[in-house]
Design a binder for this molecule. Structure first.
Ligand code: ADP
Ligand code: MG
Length: 545
């Protein structure tokens, strides 16, 4: 007899179940998705022992007629698609018709459902076998309970973690859905204790704050953009607000939570120069695109998707995020300066300089008052007192200059010959293009020497060697973000150090330049450039009110 044989159907469905259902949180996800697909306005999730003993989801959606309910618990039974064509344009969260069957085959599942104009039905399935079918009384909607997950797959059950861990995953599944559906009410209970109560909201921002933390509210800024049939909407936090992990990042494609590298990369790029390394914003971003432009059927739990035109997605998101982050001015309340009066907006005549548009008599928004410790500048701002870190502020100014089209550079009368190690020479010549964009002109001179013909003006001639050595170290490790790293390093090297006395004119100029940068509130490494003490806060601390 041959070795190859067909597996019995019960085993096939258990194996299939393992792909979709990994742990109680997968049950929560599948059941809540079904509730949302059924148009529920309220969804209630009840858990016992982190969902290991029981996950129950109750909704007020459209419900199922008795014969539909019986079909629904069988494999590949769905009301959501009927042809291959439908598979190209999926608009519901579910579509494979396997979740209920999968859960039923590895648990004790009971389902009570009633659709408008139909009697209510109750089904009880144990390990995939329908044990009970009864007519009952029930309100419109559906209630599914999945008890003793993996009771018949002991190997699998052993891999479940402690109650706390599983509960955490279950709640996270609810959070993902609650962020996507702010107009739906969600509640979550663990062993009778209420852990989450989210009333429906009109303003999506209120749901973001309710779920991810009330303290976020003032830091959130809206992201919006569209390009043809593609659109992006959502909320992100403004720097310097940051978290030490990526857990505040939620990305959705057509209402479906996804983990997508492309989307994550864009966030990294846009926030890269604004937040310290290893810290992340909070972001809830929702991408909408025609269903045929994205394939959601490439992953068992549909967590990954494939875009037909990734470049278009990238550009849309990048543009929208950059616009959202652009006005990171001193105070979250401060708005951009008003547009110039129309007569100044006319096309400039060949003789009229275009730059000085602001009325010359206006008082500067930031007025230096003095310096303390040779390191911090005290400034009167529009809302109160600012304490500016001169090094961080200057770093931001220089960094933006290095990002300009033409970096100011200084051609040396005689090339400066610099001796370095072979490794350093190699690293620098290998990144000659990057260094060229930062204002360096380098030529090979020998295995351990370089001829330096031009340097960025922010570097002094006597520090060239030191700076090149530092750059070599930085670029050796760099794979593709070499240019960014070089810019940050040069900005840091060129910036005024702490313990440097500054005259009033120096301070005024620095503040002016800082304010003209797109992100004056943080240095390129993400440290704050200033601390603000508002007049309100002063009044409060002096007990004036
Ligand atoms: P899918 O969601 O991929 O269609 P499921 O196995 O999750 O597959 O569900 C099968 C079918 O059962 C659905 O297509 C839907 O018609 C019905 N169904 C499941 N849950 C609900 C619910 N909460 N309310 C109404 N109908 C439901
Ligand atoms: Mg489903």
């Amino acid at each position: 007899m041959g070795k190859v044989r067909s597996l019995p159907p019960e085993l096939v469905s258990k194996i299939a179940a393992g792909e979709v259902i990994e742990r109680p949180a997968s049950v929560v996800k599948e059941l809540v998705e079904n509730s949302l697909d059924a148009g529920a306005g309220r969804v209630r999730v009840e858990l016992i022992a982190g969902g290991k003993r029981s996950v129950r989801v109750i909704d007020d959606g459209e419900g199922m007629a008795p014969e539909d309910a019986e079909l629904a618990i069988q494999r590949h039974a769905t009301s959501k698609i009927s042809s291959e064509e439908d598979l190209q344009r999926i608009v519901t969260l579910g579509f494979r018709g396997e979740a209920l069957a999968a859960m039923a085959s590895v648990s004790r599942l009971s389902l009570v459902s009633r659709a408008e104009g139909c009697p209510a039905v109750r089904l009880y399935v144990e390990g995939g076998e329908l044990k009970e079918r009864a007519e009952v009384g029930a309100p419109r909607g559906t209630q599914v309970e999945v008890k003793d997950l993996f009771f018949n797959l002991p190997a699998r059950r052993k891999f479940l973690k402690g109650t706390g861990t599983e509960l955490g995953h279950c709640l996270e599944a609810v959070v993902r859905m609650a962020l996507a559906y702010p107009q739906v009410a969600f509640s979550a209970l663990h062993e009778g204790r209420r852990l989450m109560e989210l009333p429906p909201v009109k303003e999506e921002r209120d749901r973001v704050a309710a779920v991810l933390g009330r303290e976020l509210h003032p830091h959130l800024t809206e992201v919006e953009g569209s390009e043809g049939a593609y659109s992006i909407r959502g909320w992100v936090t403004l720097p310097p607000y940051a978290r030490g992990n990526t857990r505040g990042i939620y990305l959705y494609v057509n209402g479906r939570y996804v983990r997508d590298r492309l989307l994550q990369r864009v966030l990294g790029e846009v926030y890269g120069g604004l937040l310290p390394r290893g810290t992340y914003p909070v972001a809830v971003l929702k991408l909408q695109l025609p269903p045929e432009e994205v394939d959601v059927n490439i992953h068992p739990t549909k967590m990954e998707v494939k875009f037909r035109d990734p470049q278009r997605v990238y550009e849309l998101l990048r543009g929208a995020l950059e616009r959202a982050l652009a006005p990171t001015t001193w105070s979250p309340k401060a708005t951009a300066p008003p547009p110039p009066p129309p007569e100044l907006r006319e096309a400039p005549t060949p003789y009229a300089p275009t730059l000085p548009m602001a009325p010359p008599e206006e008082r500067p928004r930031l007025r230096p008052l003095g310096q303390i410790g040779g390191t911090y500048i005290l400034v009167e701002g529009e809302e109160g007192l600012l304490i500016v870190d001169q090094h961080a502020a200057h770093e931001r100014v220089l960094y933006e200059r290095l990002r300009g089209e033409e970096v100011p550079c200084q051609r040396l009368l005689l090339p400066q010959v610099v001796e370095l190690s072979e490794g350093e020479v190699e690293a620098l010549l290998g990144q000659r293009e990057v260094l060229g964009r930062c204002g360096f002109e380098l030529e090979a001179f020998g295995p351990r020497t370089l001829a330096v013909k031009a340097i960025p003006t922010l570097i002094r001639a006597h520090e060239v060697k030191q700076v090149l050595q530092a750059l070599a170290g930085e670029l050796e490790e760099a794979s593709k973000d070499g240019l960014e790293r070089a810019r940050k390093l040069l900005a840091c090297r060129g910036a005024i150090k702490a313990n440097t006395p500054l005259g009033e004119e120096d301070m005024r100029r620095l503040l002016e330049e800082l304010e003209a940068t797109p992100h004056p509130r943080t240095c390129p490494h993400g440290r704050p450039t200033a601390i603000e003490i508002t007049l309100e806060e002063l009044a409060r601390r002096f007990k004036r009110e």
